[in-house]
Design a protein around this ligand. Structure first.
Ligand SMILES: C[S@@+](CC[C@H](N)C(=O)[O-])C[C@H]1O[C@@H](n2cnc3c(N)ncnc32)[C@H](O)[C@@H]1O
Length: 229
């Protein structure tokens, strides 16, 4: 189901990162995500790697990385990027729901803008949490519901019902707090400028001020040492 959806999006997916607003949004999301992801060792799983926007960074960090995605077309783009930089990644084309309870533990699990498309995210995240080594962390980033960005994507979905955004569920901090994942939860926000911002300069100035609703939420669960689950 998700596979067909993102297979169609693969060709144009990276063009967003070439736009002025896309570059500014990527810059602020990436800075926060990268600062929050602190695995307790080398084994890392990326869920919903897509075209490899973050896979390249994770591989360059030197992690023993498994990158998973249900879309073969999205993953093909990621594979090409990793091959171009001469790094090694274990690739897994699968629906996370189907394989989430497989054996094998990770020091870190990382996922950006994928849990909007995964049904019952709280249940899947709780199972992923079980696969963390003690001290490990599970970090997700999601588009914030009830924000200028969720309104923008909802409008895209209304105008184009075949868009991936027609299948997205957008969550707020309170939704995420209700998910029974485990461990200690840390929430942070970014993207304090709207998608209609006039320029990157204006976007970054608004980001400094941090006023108004945020468009992106980072949620991290840390499995404290001594907790076995
Ligand atoms: C919006 S893209 C994000 C890709 C990448 N993480 C990024 O930040 O650019 C969402 C990705 O999640 C994948 N995805 C959606 N549902 C999935 C599922 N159930 N299992 C595995 N991957 C899934 C999609 O195929 C897609 O590549």
């Amino acid at each position: 189901m998700s596979e067909a959806l993102f297979d169609q999006a693969a060709e144009d997916y990276d063009s967003w990162y070439e736009t002025e607003v896309g570059k500014a949004a990527d810059r602020v999301e990436r800075a926060l995500a990268q600062s929050m992801f602190q695995p307790s060792g080398s084994r890392v799983l990326e869920v919903g790697c897509g075209t490899g926007q973050y896979t390249v960074w994770l591989a360059q960090e030197g992690y023993d990385l498994t990158a998973l995605d249900v879309s073969g077309e999205m993953m093909a783009k990621a594979r090409a990027k990793i091959s171009a930089i001469g790094r090694r990644v274990q690739w897994r084309q699968a629906d996370i729901k189907e394989i989430v309870s497989e054996p094998g533990k990770f020091h870190g699990i990382f996922s950006m803008t994928a849990f909007e498309f995964i049904p019952r995210p709280g249940e899947v995240l709780a199972k992923l949490y079980e696969r963390l080594e003690p001290g490990g962390c599970l970090l997700i980033g999601v588009i914030a519901g009830n924000s200028p960005w969720s309104e923008f994507y909802e409008e895209v979905a209304r105008e184009k019902p075949t868009s991936v955004f027609a299948r997205a569920n957008l969550y707020g901090e309170n939704d995420i707090r209700r998910w029974q994942v485990g461990g200690r939860l840390e929430l942070k926000q970014c993207l304090f400028f709207p998608p209609t911002v006039a320029s990157a300069k204006e976007a970054l100035a608004m980001e400094e001020r941090k006023s108004g609703p945020a468009g992106f939420i980072l949620a991290k669960w840390v499995k404290e040492v001594g907790i076995i689950a």
